[in-house]
Design a protein around this ligand. Sequence first.
Ligand code: VG1
Ligand code: CO
Length: 544
Amino acid sequence: MVIKTIQTQPFTDQKPGTSGLRKKVSVFQKPHYLENFVQSIFDSLEGYQGQTLVLGGDGRYYNRQAIQIILKMAAANGFGRVLVGQGGILSTPATSAIIRKYDTFGGIILSASHNPGGPDRDFGIKYNISNGGPAPEKVTEAISNRSKEINSYKIFEAPDVNLDTLGEIKIGDMLVEVIDSVADYAELMQSLFDFDRIRQLVTNGQFRMCVDSLHAVTGPYAHNIFEERLGAPPGTVTNGKPLEDFGGGHPDPNLVYAHDLVEILFGNNAPDFGAASDGDGDRNMILGRQFFVTPSDSLAILAANAKLVPGYSSGLAGIARSMPTSQAPDRVAKQLGIECYETPTGWKFFGNLLDADRATLCGEESFGTGSNHIREKDGLWAVLFWLNILAVRQQSVEQIVTEHWQTYGRNYYSRHDYEQVDSDRANTLITSVRAMLPTLKGKQYGSYQVEYADDFSYTDPIDGSVSQKQGVRIGFTDGSRIVFRLSGTGTQGATLRLYLESYESDPAKQNHDPQEALAELITIADEIAQIHKLTGMDKPTVIT
Ligand code: VG1
Ligand code: CO
């Protein structure tokens, strides 16, 4: 076995987006492409000699090949040890948990999350730091800068490691430990939630639930936690075997892509509870019988009920939500007398707040919820949190949500995505809305009057770092909002996201379809941004 130094040329497109670098598999398969990026990560870190790295992915196509390359590069660059998930499998939340539990230097997660997988689809890679969370912007910028000037990388010439058998093997001086992908994570969940109480609920013969892993990474975790540890009947977890192409679907837990689950929960004789998670296991969708819980409401409800859950019984230090997430959690925070922080989109912005114990629960409208137990959002954690609440309150999902609205009011919410828009057109749209911002204040649109219009800028309260241009927002005097953003996770063209929110305090008016309740705002958004004209699309591709 020898260390080789390979000469290479920089690629110009290795700037990480909202959550790591995501490209078509064929891009990652270009000679030196993955290697350049991995070496750029290592070159941007300091003090990792002899340290431990965690490595795993969501099992998508190219996961195993990438892991072999990264192991050999980690060894050649001087890491002391790598903990790699069995079969190359580690969910994003499990990786975060393992980094923290074993106090490792950092971790590399191979995933393009909810993007489809397969030879013609997407692959991705992201680096997480020693707190278990996504690398903050100063690190991703360093990686991106390094990738533009890199001219060589180091790799061990060594045989592939058997990833399927637990145990240890060496590459040069570096120890590779193939670890159980599930155990550490499942134990952490058991330490936070009342498993005895949840077990009583899911085995009482009355309560029925379905957990759809969409052939992505949570399958082994969900089987272990729900069926083995909690005793739910076999078959509770569906699509529980991770497949390289996720069975051809989008591993995205929303009403559009998790349609099989949606049909079950909205069909005849529907079960009481349904949940799904995404490719890498950090997102969740929560459904009751004939009932959908909007992710923003979910965060608010978890916060309002946190004291019912052992891991949070002493209360919350604060809540944090991404800017486009609805203001429902703000109302709970106000009632609890705690702060609700508003951050840019992407979990990396929650890290400092969690580390400084300013926030305990965090969430995003994009089906992401989590807490200070790790530094990533966590799909199955959210499912267990809901089950714990249901077990204590002995009410249905619908009852819990509607009572929440009666107490706090309802924030009607929806996101409209326009996918695969021509990038120039999408940029024109955002640029022209930005240019209009100074003129909008005070303007009347139908029954809405603009109170403020700005481009969201965030100053991190802990380290003072500033992130600008994080989404254009237009707020109205009654608290309603319209937000425009371009996605930072896509791999084809641009995706325009339009986020819509309005507030209804009257319980008699809280049972409308959000698309109807938001209809006027939807029209106003088009009037302001000329979405249909500029995208050439007459309706969104996905509505959540
Ligand atoms: C999307 C979501 C964002 C989330 C990100 C990563 O980003 O909007 O809330 O943090 O995906 O989630 P964007 O830039 O496309 O809007 V995941 O589960 O894909 O790692
Ligand atoms: Co994800």
